[in-house]
Design a protein around this ligand. Structure first.
Ligand SMILES: [Zn+2]
Length: 284
């Protein structure tokens, strides 16, 4: 009869040998693989070409994620103010630095396309004989080379995201509200272009109005007053009665009115003021 303790001891020894064996196999495999990787790294023409391409390519370094948040002072303000509003405010406030950042990313994207097409052309040159001579199985060599090639490729920043967070906390801190939206590089570029268009349009409108008002010459003014019989066209007051006469746009310039005889009339001070705030405000 076999002693139970002896059986247990034998089992333990066998398990220990087994574990030791497995560790040994893993270790040997690891050392062998490390040696193969080193050999591939030192001999691969493909990797050498990749390194050369990497050395001559320079990308801009930039952050990929930006977060901006704004705390609102009241709940109605929070409700009115969207993440899109915050995006616009950020882009308008920091237009210059965003332009710089986006220009860098754009340049990276273009360079990355060139870089990618250049490295895509690179092919492995290893032959079965060469691999055999190096003591690395041909398929193994190719696999290691492929993995190293993928690992050593440059991966520049080609995208940025901007997360806009709008928050509000009630005075007692009882309620907290928060909304957020993340905008991609394309979203930001599109919004920035739209904002530029809006501002260009505004500028050109202001310019057009300025030019239109500049057409009001003393000669034209005199001609209008003469045509109108030197009388206010609303109340009939004359200069001789002490009225100060103005030449006014019937359709304000701000609303597309032209500076020409058909759109001009003579008004006295009082009637000009009485035309109504709406029109006066617009007829700047
Ligand atoms: Zn009048």
């Amino acid at each position: 009869m076999i002693d139970k303790h002896m059986l247990n001891d034998t089992l333990n020894v066998l398990i220990s040998i087994g574990i030791f064996g497995i560790i040994l196999i893993l270790l040997v495999t690891h050392i062998r693989n490390a040696k193969r990787i080193k050999k591939v790294r030192n001999t691969s023409v493909l990797l050498e070409e990749l390194n050369k391409t990497n050395e001559k390519t320079h990308f801009h370094c930039c952050e990929t994620k930006y977060t901006q948040s704004r705390m609102m002072l009241s709940k109605p303000a929070y409700d009115r103010y969207s993440c899109g509003h915050l995006l616009d405010d950020i882009l308008l406030d920091a237009q210059h630095s965003f332009h710089k950042l986006l220009a860098k990313v754009k340049e990276n994207r273009e360079k990355y396309n060139d870089y990618k097409s250049e490295i895509d052309k690179l092919k492995s040159t290893i032959t079965e004989e060469e691999a055999k001579r190096l003591g690395v199985p041909y398929q193994g060599y190719l696999e290691i080379e492929k993995a190293l090639f993928a690992k050593q490729q440059l991966s520049p920043t080609v995208d940025v995201t901007l997360t806009c967070i709008v928050e509000y906390t009630s005075p007692a801190g009882r309620n907290h509200y928060s909304k957020s939206n993340t905008y991609s590089y394309t979203n930001v570029i599109q919004r920035l272009c739209a904002l530029e268009e809006i501002s260009k349009h505004k500028e050109s409108e202001t310019y057009k109005r300025k030019m239109e008002r500049a057409k009001m010459t003393p000669k034209l003014r005199f001609a209008v007053i003469e045509r109108d019989g030197r009388r206010c066209q609303i109340c009939g007051a004359r200069q001789e009665d002490g009225a100060i006469l103005h030449v006014d746009h019937i359709i304000p310039v701000a609303r597309g009115g032209k500076t020409e005889m058909s759109n001009l009339w003579t008004l006295c001070d009082m009637c000009n003021l009485g035309k109504g705030t709406q029109i006066l405000e617009n007829d700047v």
